[in-house]
Ligand binder design. Structure first.
Ligand code: FE2
Length: 342
C-alpha cells in the first residue's frame, strides 16, 4: 500500500519540500456518507464511527506511520468525528502505546477527558503557546501527538507546526557559533512550579502534579531519580532545574533536528513566578546569546505552517521531527490532544 491508495488534499499554504508536502493532508470525506439510517442513537452512532474508523485505519497503519516519519505531520480531514469518544476510537485504531499526562513532567495544566485524551492546554485564549517539541524540556517525552478539533475558535487559534530539521539547517547556516555551542553544551531548563495548579499560566502545573507527589520528600525523591536540582521558595513554590538535556537530536534516518524547548521557553515562560530570560541556559549554566535566540525564533516563524482547524480534523504529529504551538484566539476553541509513548 502506498500514498496512491490515499485521497490527498492540497491547501494553498501547504509547503512543498524536497521529500514531499508539509503537512500531508488526507481526505476522509468518503467515510461520512455511508450507512446512516434509522433513528438517531448516540451509542449506536459512536459504535458506527469507531467501526468505520478502525476499518479505514487498521490496514493503513504501517503506511501512515511511514508517511508520518517522512512528512512530519498528517492532517486527516473529513472523518465523521464529533465527540471525544470518536477521537478516542480514532487513536485506538492506530494501536500506539499511550503516554499518560499523569506520568509526564509537562508544565502545562491539562484536564483529562478520557484515559487517553486531554485538553491541549488550559491557558487563556490571549496567551500564545510558542513552538516546541512536546516535553523536550524534560527527560521523558512522547514520540507522537494526536490533536483533534472538537470546536474551532470563532477567530484565529491555528496550531502552527514547523519542521525542526529545516530549522536546524537554517540555524547552522546563519548562526554557526550558536549552533556549535548548543550542540556541544546542551541546555538547562529552570521552572518555578506553584504549590497548586495555576490555570492562568501556560506553565502553571503544580510541583505536586508534575512530580505526582503529595509531599516535598516525594517530589525530592522523584527529582533525584531524574537528575534535577531544586530550591524551595518561601511561598511554597519549587524552583527546579533539569539535568543537561541535548539541544539537537539525530533521528534514525540520519536527519538532525533542533529538538528542545528553547523557543517556547525564551518567548513564553512568563508568569508571576517565571522570567523567560532566566529560564534556559547552556548546559554549563552560561547564558545564551539572546540575539541568536531571537533570530532563530524568527526563522521558526518563517518555516511555520498554520493548521486551519475545521471541526472533526485530526492531526498526527511526529514529535521528534516537528514542533507545534498555539496561536491566540477568540471564542470557545476546543482542541484535544493525546500522546504516544516512545
Ligand atoms: Fe505542546
Amino acid at each position: 500500500m502506498n500514498t496512491h491508495d490515499l485521497d490527498l488534499l492540497e491547501l494553498e499554504t501547504q509547503q512543498h519540500l524536497d521529500e514531499g508536502v508539509f503537512p500531508l493532508i488526507v481526505n476522509c470525506e468518503h467515510l461520512v456518507a455511508a450507512d446512516d439510517e434509522g433513528e438517531p442513537d448516540a451509542a449506536a452512532d459512536a459504535a458506527r464511527v469507531a467501526a468505520r474508523v478502525a476499518k479505514w485505519v487498521e490496514p493503513r497503519r504501517a503506511e501512515l506511520d511511514r508517511l508520518l516519519s517522512r512528512h512530519g505531520a498528517v492532517l486527516f480531514r473529513g472523518f465523521p468525528l464529533v465527540t471525544v469518544e470518536d477521537f478516542d476510537a480514532f487513536i485506538l485504531a492506530f494501536d500506539y502505546p499511550n503516554f499518560r499526562y499523569r506520568d509526564s513532567l509537562s508544565n502545562a495544566v491539562r484536564v483529562n477527558r478520557t484515559e487517553r485524551v486531554f485538553t491541549a492546554n488550559e491557558a487563556p485564549p490571549d496567551v500564545e503557546i510558542y513552538m516546541h517539541h512536546e516535553m523536550a524540556q524534560t527527560p521523558v517525552y512522547p514520540s507522537r501527538l494526536f490533536f483533534f478539533c472538537e470546536l474551532p475558535a470563532d477567530e484565529a487559534g491555528a496550531t502552527p507546526v514547523c519542521r525542526s530539521d529545516l530549522l536546524w539547517q537554517r540555524i547552522k547556516d546563519e548562526l554557526p557559533e550558536f549552533a556549535a555551542a548548543a550542540e556541544a553544551r546542551g541546555l538547562l531548563y529552570t521552572n518555578v512550579m506553584p504549590d497548586s495548579d495555576d490555570a492562568g499560566s501556560g506553565q502553571g502545573r503544580s510541583w505536586r502534579s508534575t512530580f505526582f507527589a503529595d509531599t516535598r520528600e516525594e517530589a525530592e525523591a522523584r527529582m533525584t531519580t531524574l537528575g534535577y536540582s531544586w530550591e524551595w521558595m518561601p511561598d511554597g513554590s519549587l524552583r527546579a532545574t533539569t539535568p543537561t538535556l541535548p539541544a539537537v537530536r539525530t533521528l534514525d534516518d540520519g536527519r538532525q533536528v533542533f529538538f528542545n524547548q528553547l523557543i517556547a521557553g525564551f518567548r513564553g515562560w512568563k508568569d508571576a513566578r517565571n522570567d523567560p530570560s532566566k529560564a534556559i541556559t547552556f548546559g554549563d549554566a552560561a547564558p545564551l546569546d539572546r540575539d541568536a535566540v531571537h533570530r532563530l525564533c524568527d526563522i521558526a516563524d518563517e518555516l511555520a505552517f498554520d493548521i486551519p482547524w475545521r471541526q472533526g480534523d485530526v492531526v498526527l504529529v511526529d514529535n521528534y521531527l516537528v514542533m507545534h504551538g498555539r496561536r491566540p484566539y477568540r471564542g470557545k476553541r476546543k482542541v484535544l490532544a493525546s500522546l504516544v509513548a516512545a
